[in-house]
Ligand binder design. Structure first.
Ligand code: MV4
Length: 451
């Protein structure tokens, strides 16, 4: 086992990873920016090093400096967390080159899944259903027009390097296509340096259901059930739960086995997530693969009892999985909500100093955070300040626990989305499990007095 791991991240996820390292008796090295000198991930680690300025490209994205710190501290492995460098294949490749273990899959697998078009093509070849559409990059609007006529409108235009809904648009008529193609391609070029586009059929009011997998370096691969993340706002997930209310035993098994097949076909190792869109008839289609630990991993940990970070570290150290598919059981129901420092009326980020912070304690309540009373939420980073995870013996119990917890969650000094979350979780459609993906647009604006 590794003696020392560097965590190339910040905030709640860095704290989360350090916690598991401590449990495993592994020494930790943190890195930080000038804005994070007082941050919990800095205080908690055995060693911590300043990388640079507050902006991520001056600090948390500085590949050379991070590798330099890893080398001089005698670090054996780097955990990238999520976001930042976690799906950067060049970073993983640099680690491989200098003999530091990147805790994740191999760099070529990251690169392959990072291109949405290549991922679709590869996964389709493995016999996994993908959303109907094309599997080659489009570079001009004329070709897009011909293809869309073949698929039939409405079509979904997406950027190959896209994420977070950037470069993605529903197009209803051929007349709109030219403009939509050019503007989204340009946008993707600006954001990702890659304007390649592809086209899919539109799946109407789909569910977003993702399968967590774990694969060791020998190819033993299991799925840890699913998470349903259908409640999103502007492609930002806000509520995730496990298991899904929508799947029956048979569909769940089919999706899990399909995810394992997809992972094996690309030589995947470590923790990963296969995202599917699921339509009303329970047909499921591969959407994309996330080659990292995900924000919402705690709900899976709560229902299965596995520590996913511990599993990642063991896999990276070359251990084989110590359990099989039949050992993976689901217990109860877990729900996670993401608490954002944002104005509930305008949805703009609301950085600043926290003057009061009181959080509900309880046996079935878990917090993932890196803030406290008197800490400051920096404008330089993601405005997600905390995750609240509750567990219950069933969904109804979990919802009631969540309502109680949200009602007694006190944050002052900054604005948060807690009121919006409370509205969602106490709404009739949510309680009934009617969480198809247009949820926020369909239900919340009508429920909201903060429109
Ligand atoms: C789609 C879709 C319908 N049809 N693709 C992909 C990224 C995610 N943030 C939104 N995505 C969607 N892709 C096709 N072909 C609908 C969505 C979508 C969505 C999907 C899952 C959960 C919530 C969603 C909210 C808006 C749009």
């Amino acid at each position: 086992m590794f003696k020392k791991i560097l965590i190339a991240n910040r905030g709640e996820i860095a704290v989360r990873i350090i916690r598991t390292c401590k449990l495993m008796g592994i020494k930790t090295v943190s890195i930080f920016s000038e804005a994070d000198k007082e941050a919990p991930h800095v205080n908690m680690a055995d060693e911590a090093y300043l990388v640079g300025g507050p902006r991520v490209n001056e600090s948390y994205l500085k590949i050379d400096k991070i590798i330099e710190i890893a080398k001089t501290t005698g670090t054996e492995a780097i955990h990238p967390g999520y976001g930042l460098l976690s799906e950067n294949s060049s970073f993983a490749r640099e680690c491989e080159k200098v003999g530091i273990v990147f805790i994740g899959p191999k760099s070529d697998v990251i690169a392959k899944m990072g291109s949405k078009i290549e991922a679709r093509e590869t996964i389709k070849k493995a016999g996994v259903p993908v959303v109907p559409g094309i599997t080659h990059p489009l570079t001009d609007a004329a070709e897009a027009l011909t293809i869309s006529n073949g698929i039939g409108y409405p079509i979904m235009l997406k950027a190959s390097s896209g994420g977070g809904g950037i470069g993605m648009q529903v197009v209803n008529t051929p007349k709109e296509l030219q403009h939509a193609f050019v503007s989204n391609s340009k946008r993707a070029e600006n954001y990702f340096g890659d304007g390649a586009m592809y086209i899919e059929k539109v799946i109407q009011s789909p569910r977003h259901i993702e399968i967590q997998i774990l694969a060791d370096q020998k190819g033993n691969t299991v799925y840890l059930w699913e998470r349903e993340c259908s409640i999103q706002r502007r492609h930002q997930k806000i509520i995730e739960e496990a298991p899904s209310t929508f799947l029956d035993t048979e569909t769940r098994k089919k999706m899990g086995e399909t995810a394992v097949k997809a992972a094996k076909s690309i030589g995947y190792s470590n923790a990963g997530t296969i995202e599917f869109l699921v339509d009303n008839n329970k047909n499921f289609y591969f959407l994309e693969m996330n080659t990292r630990l995900q924000v919402e991993h705690p709900v899976t940990e709560e229902i299965t009892g596995f520590d996913i970070v511990e599993q990642q570290i063991k896999i990276s150290a070359g251990e084989v999985l110590s359990f099989q598919q039949s050992d993976v059981k689901c217990n109860g129901h877990a729900i996670e909500v993401r608490i954002y420092a944002e104005d509930p009326k305008t949805f703009f980020p609301s950085p600043g100093k926290i003057t009061k912070f009181e959080i509900p304690e309880g046996e079935n309540v878990r917090h993932e955070l890196a803030i406290s009373e008197h800490s400051t939420v920096s404008p330089y980073y993601d405005p997600m300040i905390a995750k609240l995870i509750v567990k219950g013996e069933n969904r109804a119990v979990a919802i009631s626990e969540l309502e109680q917890a949200l009602k007694s969650y006190k944050v002052e000094g900054i604005k948060t989305n807690i009121s919006l979350l409370l509205k969602v979780v106490s709404s009739q459609p949510f309680i009934e499990g009617d969480t198809a993906t247009n949820f926020i647009e369909k239900h919340i604006y009508s429920l909201s007095d903060t429109k």
